[in-house]
Each structure stands twice: as C-alpha cells, then as structure tokens.
Write a protein that binds this ligand. Structure first.
Ligand SMILES: O=S(=O)([O-])[S-]
Length: 159
C-alpha cells in the first residue's frame, strides 16, 4: 500500500531526475565543445594574414556562400569553399579537388587559414579540418568585415 502511494511519486521523480541529468549532460557537452573550439582554434590577425598571403605559404579558404562573395568581395588569393562543403572538399581526391576548385588540394601538413564574414563559420571550418587531420588549420577571426575595413583605411592613407 505504502509502495503504491510512493510509486507514482518515485516514478515522477525518476523521470524528472533523468531529464535533469540529461539536460546537465547536454549543457556539459556544449561547454566542452566551446572549450574545445577555443582551445584548438588558432586565429591569425590581419597583419599575420597579409604576411602569410605574401609568403604564399598558406591556402586561404573563404567559407562564405558564393553569393556573399559576389555581393561583397573577397580577400585576394582566397578560394571559396562554403562551410557545408568543407568536410567533403578536404576528403576529395586531388584530381576532383583541382577540377572543382581550380587549386591544388592542400595536404594535411599544409597551412590552411579559413575566413568568413566575422569569424563564426571559419571557426567551425577549423574544427572540421582538424577532425580530418589538417592539424595546422587556423582561422582569420576578423573575417571579410575586418579585412575590408582595414583595406579601405589603408587605401585612404595611400598605402
Ligand atoms: O561569417 S560569420 O559566420 O561570422 S557571420
């Protein structure tokens, strides 16, 4: 009798307890992912990117959508691979990559820098690239937004 009275309460508590545990688990996973991204996503500055581009030692991959590039412009020398295609592109065979992107496919030891508008998508691209073994992948957190601002002010100063 006592057990019967307790059962609904205890079942409810169990369900509630499980939901609470699941929620805590999800929050903890989210926190870990954010920490993971922050820890592994190395970022380059505007000046570092400029120097890297000059040295031709990197492949700069712009992960914005093609329409954004047509509409707003792009960092000279960048290759457009939209974020959703990054994983597939980095797993393509070199011949298909060359055919599709008109560039030599980077090797896992090559330096990759991802950029987007303001650093959100490029950070995700770094996580994808690193998960595929491109361990020196970095991103330009300032993105097109910062690049365009700096370039404009450099032009105004006549540099
Ligand atoms: O390009 S963005 O994802 O930073 S807005």
């Amino acid at each position: 009798m006592v057990m019967q009275r307790l059962l609904p309460w205890s079942t409810g508590r169990t369900i509630f307890g499980s939901a609470e545990a699941a929620l805590w688990g999800l929050k903890s996973i989210k926190r870990s992912c954010l920490n993971f991204c922050t820890a592994i996503c190395k970022a380059v500055t505007y000046m570092e990117l400029k120097n890297l581009l000059k040295s031709k030692k990197i492949m700069l991959i712009d992960v914005r959508e093609p329409w954004e590039i047509h509409e707003y412009g792009k960092i000279p020398g960048s290759v457009n691979i939209p974020l959703d295609d990054v994983g597939e592109a980095l797993q393509m065979n070199p011949k298909d990559f060359k055919e599709k992107y008109k560039e030599i496919k980077p090797s896992k030891s090559d330096s990759l820098v991802f950029s987007c508008l303001a650093g959100v998508r490029s950070k995700k691209a770094v996580v994808t690239a690193i998960s595929l073994g491109f361990n020196s992948a970095q991103h330009y957190a300032g993105g097109w937004k910062e690049w365009a601002t700096y370039e404009l002010s450099e032009k105004k100063q006549g540099n």
